[in-house]
Design a protein around this ligand. Structure first.
Ligand SMILES: [Zn+2]
Length: 102
């Protein structure tokens, strides 16, 4: 095979081109990026923010779905989980409010 950048002949086992230093296996770089601990932290952070505030979660999802799709998904997912929980909480507030009126 040949280097995609400079056309230098390289062996399949080479990770980088000896001539120009081009990365010959770009897929391995993408894998490293997805397992990056910063991204993992963002997933937890976005998930937590989505759970605390569904509105913030949906905003984070829309704002980051192209640049950080994994973290954005977490924000959206936890926002969706939180919405029915909020409805239940407000329902109980309403019920207690009615009981106090009686
Ligand atoms: Zn090269």
């Amino acid at each position: 095979m040949y280097c995609t950048k400079c056309g230098n002949k390289v062996s399949k086992s080479d990770k980088f081109c000896e001539n120009c230093g081009n990365n010959l296996n770009p897929q391995s770089v993408i894998k490293q990026e997805t397992s990056n601990p910063i991204n993992a932290n963002n997933k937890v952070l976005f998930g937590a923010l989505g759970f605390i505030s569904p509105v913030a979660g949906l905003v984070l999802y829309i704002a980051n779905k192209d640049t950080e799709p994994e973290a954005a998904k977490m924000a959206g997912l936890f926002a969706l989980i939180r919405i029915p929980i909020n409805i239940i909480i407000y329902f109980f507030y309403f019920v207690f409010w009615l009981i106090e009126l009686l």
